[in-house]
Design a protein around this ligand. Structure first.
Ligand SMILES: [Zn+2]
Length: 128
């Protein structure tokens, strides 16, 4: 993984989302992260995306996010969007490899909206 690769991945993801939804949307920042609990992944901070877009193009978004995560060597165990609370605006798209504790928190929930600020595209279930 190089920074050039990260820059290219951000640009590719943005371009493909624009083509998909047919209007301007921005990835204003693509961040790789590692958390104290053991989770890691990437966050693509977005502007101009709405919950409707995700619901209409869900399969396409999941494919795009999986592919861009692979481009920066992140495994795609948990793919979700963060919604700005009280709005239909998407704040960020996330691909995260969950630590065991966070996995059990999310695995015990149901549905696509376990919390008002989260929209789940995909959660890979682990064997117990
Ligand atoms: Zn965690």
């Amino acid at each position: 993984m190089t920074l050039d690769n990260l820059l290219k991945t951000r640009a590719d993801l943005e371009e493909r989302i624009r083509k998909l939804i047919g209007r301007a949307a921005m990835i204003i920042e693509l961040d790789l992260f590692a958390l104290p609990c053991g989770c890691s992944g990437y966050t693509a901070n977005t502007r101009g995306l709405a919950l409707d877009d995700l619901e209409v193009f869900e399969e396409h978004f999941l494919k795009l996010l999986n592919e861009s995560a692979q481009a920066v060597n992140i495994s795609t165990g948990f793919v979700f969007a963060r919604i700005i609370p009280g709005t239909q605006e998407i704040a960020a798209l996330n691909v995260r490899e969950l630590c065991p504790r966070c996995y059990s928190d999310f695995a015990s929930t149901r549905g696509k909206r376990p919390r008002p600020d989260i929209y789940i595209f995909h959660l890979a279930r682990r064997k117990r």
